[in-house]
Design a protein. Structure first.
Length: 276
């Protein structure tokens, strides 16, 4: 029995070591980051679309954007930009919450639908990050354009939302197709992740930024930011925007968009924007 336990422990250690070896800081996998028409088309057709029950005969609908059903009526739309993990369970959970709690449709372009799409384990060089950010911004712009084919979308009530990597695109978008922004888990400031924030937010644009006080990536607690004047939120960047709100939660986790207190604040913000 002792020998069996030791063997199991050795196997567990072996598997853990293998997992760590395959996921080393500074490692990249794949190579493609070009925002070609073909790549952008894939991020859209494979986007995760969630429609509230009121739009589709009494039962919430979830699926790829390319399979969107016929919808009768007009409704707001939230374009959700996922983080580096792709359309992960947290993203889908957030979209379901938008549909069930607020009756709002949402679509999340899938960057990882691109064949051989480069992924990374931070920290990598900032030039690589900026190539990722350029692709994600192109995906957001493409999603806003492509969603115009959906006649049910109320173009006066389109919101863009992002978390982590996806929030950089949301913060940098400089177009006029969105009435508000949700920026989760990014601090809108100079840090290891960007060469500069390069925000495209208008001077009186509704923005909600939510981030952990000790975010493991974008707060001063991360040693990768030690040579930068990091404050850990978008407060400084948005201080002159009378319609901006910043919520810093007492936590040290990165993905926070589904926490109860974050949902409550997000719901208040979205109701104010979508139902003035």
């Amino acid at each position: 029995m002792v020998s069996f336990r030791i063997t199991l422990a050795c196997l567990a250690l072996l598997f853990a070591t293998a997992a760590l070896a395959a996921d080393k800081p500074g490692e990249t996998k794949g190579s493609v980051l070009e925002p070609t028409p073909e790549n952008l088309s894939l991020t859209w057709t494979k986007a995760n679309l969630v429609l509230p029950a009121v739009l589709v005969g009494g039962k919430r609908w979830e699926g790829h954007a390319e399979d969107a059903p016929d919808v009768i009526g007009i409704a707001p739309l939230v374009v959700v930009m996922h983080g580096s993990s792709g359309v992960a369970p947290a993203i889908k959970e957030f979209q379901v919450w938008l549909a069930d709690e607020l009756g709002v449709a949402s679509v999340a372009p899938d960057s990882l639908a691109i064949p051989d799409r480069l992924t990374y384990t931070s920290p990598v060089d900032v030039a690589t990050y900026e190539r990722v950010h350029a692709l994600r911004l192109a995906e957001l712009e493409n999603a806003l354009k492509a969603s115009r084919d959906w006649s049910w979308v109320d173009r006066q009530r389109v919101v863009i939302a992002g978390t982590s990597e996806g929030s950089v695109a949301v913060g940098r978008y400089a177009g006029k197709d969105a009435v508000a922004r949700l920026i989760y888990s990014w601090s809108c400031e100079d840090n290891y992740f960007v060469t500069a924030p390069r925000l495209g937010i208008g001077p009186k644009e509704p923005v909600l930024n939510v981030i952990s006080a000790r975010d493991p990536y974008f707060s001063a607690a991360n040693p990768w930011n030690k040579d930068r004047a990091v404050t850990g939120s978008c407060a400084a960047a948005l201080k002159d925007d009378p319609k901006a709100e910043v919520m810093v939660i007492d936590a040290d986790v990165h993905t926070i968009l589904n926490r109860p207190e974050v949902r409550e604040r997000s719901a208040q913000f979205l109701r104010g924007v979508l139902d003035p």
